[in-house]
Design a protein around this ligand. Structure first.
Ligand code: ZN
Length: 146
C-alpha cells in the first residue's frame, strides 16, 4: 500500500508543479471562476462547448499543489466529453471525496482515485474539489443558456 501512496503523491506533485491545460485559449464559449478562501486557491475555467460536447476545456489559476493537480487531472478527464458525462463524473468524484463509492464507480474515476489520501485531511478536500465545483457551476450556466 505504501508504494501505491508514493505513486499517488508523485502524480499529485507532478501535476501540481506542471498542471496540464494551463492556459487561456483564444476562443471559448463559457467560463467560470472558483475560489477557495480556506487556502487561497483560484481556478478560472474556459470551455469551448459545441452542441452537448465540451470540445476543449482549460484553465488559468494558482494555488496549492493539490488544487492545481486536481484541476489538471480533472481537465485531462474532461476533454471531448458530453455534458451528461461530465455531470456524472462530477457526482462520482464528489461522492468519492465525501464518502465511499462502489468499485465500478472507481473504475469510472480512473486516475482521479489518487485523491484518496487527501480525504484524510478535511481542509485539503476543499482544495481537491474546488475545480469540480467550478466545473459544476460552469455546466449549470450552459444548461441555463440552452
Ligand atoms: Zn489549496
Amino acid at each position: 500500500m505504501s508504494d501505491l501512496i508514493n505513486l499517488y503523491q508523485e502524480l499529485i506533485m507532478d501535476h501540481g508543479r506542471s498542471p496540464r491545460f494551463h492556459f487561456k485559449p483564444d476562443f471559448f464559449s463559457h467560463e467560470e471562476e472558483g475560489f477557495n478562501p480556506f487556502c487561497g486557491d483560484k481556478v478560472h475555467l474556459y470551455a469551448q462547448v459545441h452542441d452537448d460536447i465540451v470540445e476543449k476545456i482549460s484553465f488559468q489559476g494558482c494555488g496549492c499543489a493539490i488544487s492545481m493537480a486536481s484541476t489538471s487531472l480533472m481537465l485531462e478527464s474532461s476533454q471531448k466529453k458530453s455534458l451528461d458525462d461530465l455531470k456524472l463524473l462530477f457526482k462520482k468524484f464528489h461522492d468519492f471525496m465525501m464518502g465511499d463509492i462502489t468499485t465500478e464507480d472507481k473504475q469510472l474515476l480512473g486516475k482521479l482515485e489518487i485523491f484518496q489520501g487527501v480525504k484524510n485531511y478535511p481542509t485539503r478536500v476543499k482544495c481537491a474539489t474546488l475545480p469540480w465545483h467550478t466545473l459544476e457551476a460552469l455546466l449549470r450556466k450552459i444548461d441555463i443558456k440552452e
